[in-house]
Design a binder for this molecule. Structure first.
Ligand SMILES: [Zn+2]
Length: 249
C-alpha cells in the first residue's frame, strides 16, 4: 500500500445514481476488509476513505477512487493479496454460481450466456464444461480485452456492482449486451437499514473494492433509468429484465 493517493473529500457530494445530495456518511481505513466479519483484520494502513450516503435513494459510495485507472486498481486492490481478503473468489463462489445458473436457465434452449465481470473466467469455464454457450468478460481486465460480441440471452454479474465507481455506466454497459428479451441476474448485498454511523457494516470494505453499496431503492432507481425492472430473490441476488423470455416461467 505504497503511494496510494485518493481524491480530496467534499462534504456534500452528488449521488451517483439519482443526483440527490449525498452528505458525508463515514470513514474507513483503506485496509478495512470483508474478512473482518470472520475475525481477520489487516493492519491499518493510515489512508482514510470517506463514504457518502444519498439523502434520497440511500446509496452509500465513495469518490476516493474516481480518478483511479485500471492499473491503480490492479496495483492496490486486485493484486496478489486480494485472495487474502476474498478467499472464496478462486473457486468456491464460481462453483456455487455455476450450479445456480444451470438450474436457472434449464428451460432455455441454446441460450448465449455472458458472465460480466467474470474475473479469471472460472464460472464461464464451468458452464462450458456443462454444455452451456458461456462467455466471460471483465471490464476491470487490466489488459483491456475487447468487449464480447453479443447480444446475450442471459448475463450474470456476480459481485460486480459493489466494485464499480460508476454504477450507471456499468449497468448501462451490461444491459447494452442483452438481447431484447434477455435477463440480467446479479448479486450485490443491499443494505436498506443503516444507522446514522454505519461504517461498521462488514460489506463496506475499501480493501475489497467495495466502493458502491446499494439499497433496494437505489437499485430500483438505477434500473428504472435504463428501462428495466428489478426483482429481488433476496438481499443479495437480483434480476433485471424488461420483457419476460419464454424460458423464464
Ligand atoms: Zn441517490
Amino acid at each position: 500500500m505504497d503511494n496510494v493517493t485518493v481524491r480530496p473529500v467534499v462534504h456534500v457530494s452528488t449521488c451517483k445514481i439519482c443526483n440527490s445530495q449525498a452528505p458525508l456518511y463515514g470513514v474507513a481505513d483503506f485496509n478495512k476488509s470483508c474478512e473482518e466479519a470472520r475475525g481477520r483484520y489487516l493492519p491499518l494502513v493510515g489512508v482514510p476513505v470517506y463514504y457518502h450516503r444519498c439523502n434520497h435513494c440511500g446509496l452509500v459510495f465513495t469518490r476516493a477512487f474516481d480518478d483511479w485507472t485500471k492499473a491503480d486498481y490492479a496495483q492496490h486492490i486486485y493484486n496478489e493479496d486480494y485472495v487474502l481478503i476474498d478467499p472464496d473468489y478462486i473457486d468456491v463462489r464460481p462453483a456455487s454460481n455455476a450450479g445456480f445458473i444451470r438450474d436457472f436457465i434449464k428451460k432455455g434452449r441454446d441460450l448465449k450466456c455472458l458472465d460480466y465481470g467474470g474475473g479469471n473466467g472460472t464460472l464461464a469455464r464451468l458452464l462450458q464444461e456443462a454444455g452451456v454457450d458461456a462467455h466471460s468478460w471483465d471490464p476491470m481486465d487490466a489488459a483491456g480485452s475487447p468487449s464480447p460480441s453479443g447480444p446475450f440471452d442471459f448475463i450474470s454479474a456476480f459481485e460486480v456492482l459493489e466494485h464499480t465507481p460508476e454504477p450507471v455506466a456499468t449497468v448501462r454497459e451490461a444491459l447494452g449486451m442483452l438481447s431484447p428479451r434477455g435477463v440480467l441476474v446479479f448479486s450485490t448485498l443491499t443494505i436498506d437499514h443503516v444507522p446514522a454511523r454505519g461504517m461498521d457494516n462488514w460489506y463496506i470494505a475499501p480493501r475489497n473494492g467495495h466502493i458502491t453499496l446499494y439499497t433496494r431503492r437505489a437499485l430500483l432507481t438505477l434500473f428504472e433509468g435504463e428501462g428495466y425492472r428489478v426483482h429481488h430473490f433476496n438481499n443479495n441476488l437480483h434480476m433485471a429484465l424488461n420483457h419476460d423470455p419464454d424460458w423464464l416461467s
